[in-house]
Design a protein around this ligand. Structure first.
Ligand SMILES: [Zn+2]
Length: 93
């Protein structure tokens, strides 16, 4: 799946369409003290090994995300491209 390097997109900060630079969104590091992680630790407390959190249904593929950077105000915004797919998103030069 290809995506152009520069797109004309709406910027909510400039409140108009401006040129944006596209970049692949990288997943950030999971916070160990986040509420969901603390709750999961409470649930599996007392058990040995993995007992909870196993998914019954495996979804096919991931939704690809890009980060658009406004060329005027340099603010960033995320955008989801298409639906679930196994294909990797590529930024075309
Ligand atoms: Zn802007």
């Amino acid at each position: 799946m290809n995506y152009p390097q520069k797109v004309n997109a709406y910027c909510p900060h400039c409140k108009k369409h401006t040129e944006h630079k596209a970049k692949l969104a990288s997943k950030g590091r999971a916070r160990t003290l986040a509420w969901g992680n603390r709750q999961h630790e409470r649930v599996i407390k007392g058990y040995v090994g993995k007992v909870a959190g196993e998914k019954a249904v495996r979804k096919q593929g991931k939704r690809q995300k890009i980060v658009l950077t406004c060329s005027v105000c340099k603010k960033k915004q995320e955008r989801v491209i298409g639906t679930r797919t196994k294909k990797k998103l590529e930024i075309k030069a």
